[in-house]
Design a protein around this ligand. Sequence first.
Ligand code: HEM
Length: 126
Amino acid sequence: MSDIETKEDVTFLVDTFYEAIKSSPIQYFFADVAKVDWEAHLPRMYSFWESIIFGKSTFTGNPMLTHMALDNLSPIKKDDFDLWLSLWNKTIDANFKGHRAEETKSRAQNIAQLMQFKIEQKNASK
Ligand code: HEM
């Protein structure tokens, strides 16, 4: 097994992860709450993760605001974040091995923590 090396690796990782999401208990956020257009969402996610993994700043978006707005439509609980992270980690571990693979798991964990914090702050000030 090798590390996450190329753009194609990131595309594969993101595609495989969202296939797992689509058959998980949190799929309703995508299918019913946000009614995600996958053809638009997936390329944004390739660019988001390429920016993080390879330090290329191609992603323009504000994931914190996106998820705070999503939480207003349907609350995202700690268990949901735990499941998201466990699917992400499992997808990485099943396909990649190396320092980028490890870094990609820990970056997701940190971003998820910050998202949960921002959501809690928003809900506390309501
Ligand atoms: C249970 C946890 C999560 C759920 C239910 C969730 C759900 C979603 C949904 C439904 C969208 C599409 C929003 C839209 O197009 O209107 C989205 C976008 C996105 N998500 Fe998540 N997400 C979760 C956690 C995360 C985490 C932990 C990360 C990063 C590590 C992340 C990164 C992103 C990014 C980058 C976008 C695109 C934002 C944009 O287009 O500006 N998500 N998420």
